[in-house]
Design a protein around this ligand. Structure first.
Ligand SMILES: Cc1cc2nc3c(=O)[nH]c(=O)nc-3n(C[C@H](O)[C@H](O)[C@H](O)COP(=O)(O)OP(=O)(O)OC[C@H]3O[C@@H](n4cnc5c(N)ncnc54)[C@H](O)[C@@H]3O)c2cc1C
Length: 427
């Protein structure tokens, strides 16, 4: 009953185009990329929105949250639904707030851009370029929203130099709590914005984000190949130490490269190292590659977009399209590059994709044949024993070292526990 009443109240607030109870719309608003994980595909409880709201402004968002709070209806915020842990799936049904219509770029200045939560990185990067700047960090899912990236993602293109989202790349947020008098709360700087980073919207809903921009560089795409993985890893380390550092640097096993197409730039049977680099360091990077025993295959001025689409979880996506029997783990840590040979023996048919991150060091995706959840969990323990850190993409609950901070923030900003229920594990 409260949901029916909420739908009618939302129609008064947003007009009939701003709210939907149509089954097709509700189903679309209740999915994400959890199907990337065979564990989640089998175990994630299905949730289905009862009603979907499409606020167009932060002020409308605040009024929607007030209405949901009064009727104690669970609320799941949503950007483009590209998250891959089921984090946008409304496990307790209720209201899904789709923020993709709340998407204006509000302000661009020297070193910053303020945008509404539903702005996509395609639009933000184009706007930054018109102002002679680059967005510091964005994910390989360039069509995803800034609110979704801050709340569900971590890093991507730009992370070699600028780190993860929470490493100073979010300058300010306006967040909306789920309370009777919900209104925009201004949060500035690292300390105040941290409780909303990778929080799945459980501690408040991001209405606007002010993200860091840097002066634009002349980026170009470098494609190189190696016989041996270890040589590519060493060359990558040296390229990441160049000034300026690459915007992105990725390394793939030949077993992944065969699914990428473009064999002229990424020859079959070879390890591929690719990087988005400033044109001023092309010859230095080439010299590093040659000295490490590699070959420069191509320098492609308009290739940066392609390299982004072969980075981070896009590597998993491309492999699984061809070989759905594979699964992935998000990995990092010293063991990944220092004990690679042993790490490859832990899980069956292991393939490695690495991305450079701030340090400089490497994080990446370890892909393997999926022989069931028990075997995968045993494999995670085996990898951790080698000093490989594993962030499992096979759970829908938040598990990281800032969950306590998120929980205490949620206790204040979501006193009735209505925001994205089921994602914040019990204390
Ligand atoms: C093929 C593939 C590649 C990927 N590559 C990367 C990558 O390079 N780097 C990376 O970090 N991630 C990556 N991801 C994960 C995901 O794409 C990113 O985190 C993305 O930025 C999420 O944005 P979205 O708009 O799709 O958010 P959604 O998936 O809609 O939402 C993500 C989470 O944030 C919450 N949320 C959404 N909007 C808000 C808001 N305004 N306020 C509060 N909470 C909100 C949702 O409830 C959900 O919990 C990848 C995923 C796939 C499938």
């Amino acid at each position: 009953m409260s949901v029916v009443e909420l739908a009618s109240e939302l129609e008064d607030l947003l007009g009939s185009v701003g709210v939907s109870v149509d089954e097709r719309v509700r189903r679309t608003a209740s999915t994400d990329w959890a199907h990337m994980s065979p564990v989640l595909s089998a175990k994630l409880p299905a949730g289905l929105a009862d009603v979907v709201a499409f606020p167009r402004t932060p002020e409308e968002l605040a009024r929607v949250l007030q209405a949901a709070y009064r009727r104690r209806v669970p609320v799941t915020p949503r950007g483009k639904g590209t998250g891959n842990y089921g984090q946008a799936i409304p496990l307790a049904d209720g209201l899904v707030i789709d923020l993709t219509r709340c998407r204006r770029i509000l302000e661009i200045g020297d070193g910053y851009m303020k945008a509404e939560a539903g702005a996509t990185f395609v639009v933000m990067e184009a706007a930054a370029h018109r102002a002679g700047q680059d967005v510091c960090v964005f994910p390989s899912t360039v069509g995803s929203t800034v609110g979704g990236f801050i709340s569900g993602g971590s890093g991507g293109t730009g992370s070699v130099e600028h780190g993860r989202t929470w490493d100073g790349n979010i300058l300010a947020l306006d967040v909306v709590p789920c309370t009777e008098d919900a209104d925009l709360l201004a949060r500035k700087g690292f300390e105040e914005t941290l409780p909303f980073c990778h929080a799945f919207g459980t501690s408040g809903i991001v209405a606007t984000a002010t993200v860091r921009l840097a002066p634009a560089r002349q980026w170009t795409a470098l494609f190189t190949s190696f016989e041996h993985f270890a040589d590519a890893v060493e060359a990558g380390r040296q390229i990441m130490a160049l000034d300026p550092p690459p915007r992105l640097l990725s390394i793939d096993d030949p077993g992944l490269v065969e699914h990428y197409g473009d064999p002229a730039a990424m020859p079959l049977g070879k390890v591929s190292l690719r990087a988005i680099i400033d044109t001023s360091v092309v010859s230095d990077a080439g010299a590093v590659v040659t000295a490490a025993g590699g070959t420069v295959e191509e320098v492609r001025p308009k290739g940066a977009g392609l390299l982004t689409s072969l980075s981070f979880n896009h590597s998993t996506y491309r492999l699984r399209k061809a070989r759905p029997e594979f699964t992935h783990l998000q990995v990092g840590g010293a063991g990944l590059v220092e004990r690679t040979r042993e790490a490859r023996e832990v899980l069956p048919e292991t393939l490695l994709h690495l991305d450079g991150v701030q340090g400089p060091s490497y994080a990446g995706m370890l892909m393997c044949r999926y022989d069931g959840e028990a075997a995968l969990l045993a494999g995670i323990r085996g990898l951790e024993g080698l000093g490989v850190t594993v962030s499992s993409p096979h759970t829908w609950e938040l598990h990281h070292d800032r969950v306590g901070l998120i929980r205490s923030t949620a206790a204040r900003l979501d006193p009735a526990g209505l925001l994205n229920p089921g994602k914040l594990p019990a204390a």
